[in-house]
Each structure stands twice: as structure tokens, then as C-alpha cells.
Design a protein around this ligand. Structure first.
Ligand code: NDP
Ligand code: HSE
Length: 439
């Protein structure tokens, strides 16, 4: 059986999972590939730690350049994460004519266009299935299974850590901090967890998805982003009373002129499949003109699910190598000549449904003043509820709206804040209600 040498840089959560899968599932991988993947070298800063794997002598090294400069290694797996060193190792590998697999969405989102161009010009593969949605084959699905579709939208829960935190607060009533500690212990969180909770990680993934879905350059700087740290148990509870759950959603839509690309906490109706995705699980709905809606669901993070996605890329590349080496897949799913700059809609132009929570002074006329300002800005109230639960002289007033323009919403909330009857900053959560939008 023909052998293909691979090298891993970074034996942390994902790198260790890859090494384990290559050992434990080598027979099934070989039988599908028609060749043998040989882990020739693996680098990590710490090679003394027991990872529960029997590496062959000479495989482990602390020097990543021993891996990327090894002339016998054809496929490099970059699993260290981060920016500068990862980029240097990837570009050095590409220049040496090696194929590269990475799970590094932060690097792809920020330097992806440059790295993709470099790989295309050199004629090597650059694969990154694990960078979005863990084990869910969302990249392959858009690039291959949906090749015949004009894609209208991609909407997903793409961060396991945030979904885990929101689920734990809602179902177990534990604090944000405790839920984050648990997510860290499970290996879901990034080395810097603010990348997760502040929305960056989801925005990185959304930038990659918009590019492969619509044939545009990776446009991370244009993605609108809000994280989950401002979400309170009060909002989660009120959402539930109204038949919604709050999720950190990544939303990208293309209307033929411009793309929407936004990441923010979103209320989704409990009947929607996405709303029932709990814990660290991820899910993504893709809408195409031929397929209609389709959904993928799976582990969005963690050692073995992510390793599974990485090895699926390695097998794809190894198959091409065994078949003579031609690069079969366009890296960003469109042929390079068809990748355009598509404008991204400013957030002010978004037209959607809203939830507001005002902490209002409990005085006559307050509600009427708020409603009046909303009306002046073309914002129609669908539902309003005021509780009797007075804290520090204020009561929470909850509102759901019909569709409204984001620019008008911002102006209205600014004006309401100036009334002098809302001591705390109003809370705004956008609502995605696909069924209502269709009707
Ligand atoms: P880890 O931090 O667990 O692993 C990275 C490993 O690389 C660590 O062992 C680190 O050593 C080592 N390392 C860092 N710098 C170097 C270097 N210069 N040379 C050699 N080794 C080095 O990260 P993960 O495994 O969690 O993530 C890896 C990548 O996969 C990231 O890009 C991440 O975003 C992505 N990813 C992770 C998922 C997950 O569930 N964890 C899911 C999907 C993608 P040390 O610890 O000593 O610094
Ligand atoms: N930190 C990421 C998450 C890892 O929680 O989803 C998977 O990309």
C-alpha cells in the first residue's frame, strides 16, 4: 500500500486527537484512502507530556521547522493556532510545495485571501474543514454538495463555548463564569476565551462561510459582531416565556446585490431547529435555490470531532496525491477568476424583528412616551409586558416589535435614553423568525 507522509505542528487538544485517530482508526482510514497515512513528524513545545499515544521513535520534536522543512512530508497539519508563527509555518510549507490543512479560523479570517492566493499559485491544496463547525462538514457541503445552487443564506450556531454557556444558564441556572470555566475544562474554549464570548470566533467562521457560499473574498473586517456577555438570565427567562431561545447566531444572506454578515445574540422561536441545539453542539442552516433549507448538526468543538474533520481533509488531499497530484477542489469553492468583491450591507440597513428591555421608572406616562418615540421611528410594537418586580425604583418593560430598520431602532433608543425615565441602557436583542418572514 502506498504511504503518504504527514506532519503535525501542535499537539494540543486537536493535534493530540489527530494523532490518536491516525493510530486507533488507521485501518478504516487506509481502507477508504487506498493508501497509508504515516505520521512522520509531530512538533510541540512540550514533548514530555503523556498524551496516551505511542509515537514511533524520532517522530516527536520541539522544533516546528523540523516538520515543515522535512522533504519527505507532503501534507502539513497546522494545529498550533494563533497568528504570526502559524502564518509563517503555513506559508513556508506552501512555498516548499506542501499541501496544508489547518483549523485556524482566526488566521484564515484575517490573512486567508493572501494565503489562498499563495496556495493557488503554487498549485497546492489548502484545506480547513475543521475551522468552521468542528466535525460538521459545512465547507464540503457548500463547496461540493451544493455546487449547483445559488445560495441565499447561511445561518448557524458556530461557537460551542457560547452555546454551552447560554444553554447552561438557561437550563441549569448556573452563572456565566461557572459555565465558561466548564467549557474551558472540556477543551471547547479558545486559548483566549474572549475570542469566544465576545463573538470574534463566530465572526471569523462567518467570514469564511460567506466567502465560500457567495464567491467573494474573505471579508472579516466587514462582519458586524456582538458577543454574549451582556445577556442576562432575565432576558433568557423572558425569551422563554414568549416562546424563544437566545443563541449567538452567525447570519449571512445574499440578495444578489449585497451581503449581510452579522454575528449577535438572537432570539429564535422554540419551534425552529436551531433553537433546539444545546450544549456545545453546533448547527447550520443553508438555504439554496434548488435544495431549499438544509441543516447540519454536530459537535462544534472538542478533541475527537475536530480531529475527524481535519483527517477528512487529509484524506481528500491524499486521494488527489495518489491519483497523480492534481488539485481537484478550488480552495474557496469558486474558481479563482469568479471570486468577486461583493459589498457588505451596513448594519443600519438591516431590516428585522427586535426585543427591547427597558428598565423604566414606574411612573404614569412612561410607557406612552416610549411607545410614542418608537411610533415616530416607524417601529411597530407587537407585544409589551411590564412586570411588577421593582428593583431600585425601576421595573423591567419588555417589548417585541414587528420588522423595523436598524438605523431607526438605534435613533429611537437614543431618544428614549434621553427621556430621563430609563436609568439603565436599554437591552436590544434581534429576532430571527424565518416562518414570519415567509408569511
Ligand atoms: P491548543 O492550545 O490545545 O494546542 C496548541 C498546541 O500547539 C499546544 O500544545 C501548544 O503548546 C503548541 N504550540 C504552540 N506554539 C507552538 C510552536 N511554536 N511550536 C510547536 N508547538 C506549539 O489548541 P487547540 O488544539 O484547541 O486548537 C488548535 C487550533 O484548532 C486552533 O487554531 C483552534 O482555533 C482550532 N480549533 C480548535 C477546536 C477545539 O475544539 N479545541 C475546534 C476547532 C478549531 P503550549 O500549550 O505549550 O503552548
Ligand atoms: N472555541 C471554539 C468553539 C472551538 O467554542 O466553538 C471550535 O472552533
Amino acid at each position: 500500500m502506498k504511504k503518504i507522509n504527514i506532519g503535525i505542528v501542535g499537539l494540543g487538544t486537536v493535534g493530540t486527537g489527530i494523532a490518536r485517530l491516525l493510530t486507533e482508526n488507521s485501518d478504516i482510514i487506509s481502507s477508504r484512502l487506498g493508501g497509508e497515512l504515516v505520521l512522520k513528524k509531530a512538533a510541540d513545545l512540550d514533548i514530555e507530556r503523556d498524551r496516551g499515544i505511542d509515537f514511533d521513535p524520532g517522530v516527536l520534536t520541539t522544533d516546528p521547522y523540523e516538520v515543515v522543512d522535512d522533504p519527505e512530508i507532503e501534507i502539513i497539519l497546522e494545529m498550533i493556532g494563533g497568528m504570526e508563527i502559524a502564518k509563517e509555518l503555513i506559508t513556508r510549507s506552501i512555498k516548499a510545495g506542501k499541501h496544508v490543512v489547518t483549523a485556524n479560523k482566526a488566521l484564515l479570517a484575517t490573512s486567508g485571501n493572501e494565503i489562498v492566493n499563495m496556495a493557488s499559485q503554487k498549485g497546492v491544496s489548502l484545506a480547513f474543514e475543521a475551522s468552521v463547525g468542528g466535525c460538521m462538514p459545512i465547507i464540503k457541503t457548500i463547496r461540493e454538495s451544493l455546487a449547483a445552487n445559488n445560495i441565499h443564506s447561511v445561518t448557524g450556531i458556530l461557537n460551542g463555548t457560547c452555546n454551552y454557556i447560554l444553554t447552561k444558564i438557561a437550563t441549569d441556572g448556573i452563572s456565566f463564569e461557572k459555565a465558561l470555566d466548564q467549557a474551558k475544562a472540556e477543551g471547547y474554549a479558545e486559548a483566549d476565551p474572549s475570542l469566544d464570548v465576545d463573538g470574534y470566533d463566530t465572526a471569523h467562521k462567518l467570514a469564511i462561510l460567506s466567502a465560500i457560499a457567495f464567491g467573494m473574498e474573505i471579508n472579516y473586517d466587514d462582519v458586524y459582531m456582538e458577543g454574549i456577555s451582556a445577556i442576562t438570565p432575565m432576558d433568557i427567562e423572558f425569551a422563554a416565556q414568549c416562546g424563544y431561545r437566545i443563541k449567538l447566531l452567525a447570519i449571512t444572506k445574499y440578495d444578489g446585490q449585497a451581503v449581510e454578515a452579522r454575528v449577535h445574540p438572537t432570539m429564535i422561536p422554540c419551534y425552529d431547529l436551531l433553537s433546539n441545539v444545546g450544549g456545545s453542539m453546533n448547527a447550520v442552516t443553508v438555504t439554496g435555490d434548488a435544495v431549499g433549507d438544509m441543516i447540519l448538526y454536530g459537535h462544534g468543538a472538542g478533541m475527537m470531532p475536530t480531529a475527524s474533520a481535519v483527517i477528512s481533509d487529509v484524506v481528500d488531499i491524499a486521494r488527489s496525491v495518489l491519483a497523480g497530484g492534481a488539485m481537484r477542489m478550488p480552495i474557496l469553492s469558486y474558481q479563482a477568476d469568479y471570486i468577486r468583491k461583493i459589498p457588505v450591507k451596513p448594519m443600519d440597513e438591516i431590516f428585522t424583528y427586535y426585543y427591547f428591555r427597558f428598565s423604566a421608572l414606574d411612573k404614569p406616562g412612561v410607557l406612552a412616551k416610549i411607545a410614542g418615540i418608537l411610533g415616530e421611528h416607524d417601529i411597530s410594537i407587537k407585544y409589551v409586558h411590564q412586570t411588577e418586580h421593582r428593583v431600585n425604583g425601576v421595573v423591567p418593560v419588555y417589548m417585541l416589535t414587528h420588522q423595523a430598520r436598524e438605523a431607526q431602532v438605534k435613533k429611537a433608543l437614543d431618544k428614549i435614553a434621553q427621556l430621563g425615565v430609563i436609568p439603565e441602557k436599554p437591552v436590544l436583542i434581534r429576532i430571527e423568525s424565518p416562518e414570519e418572514e415567509k408569511s
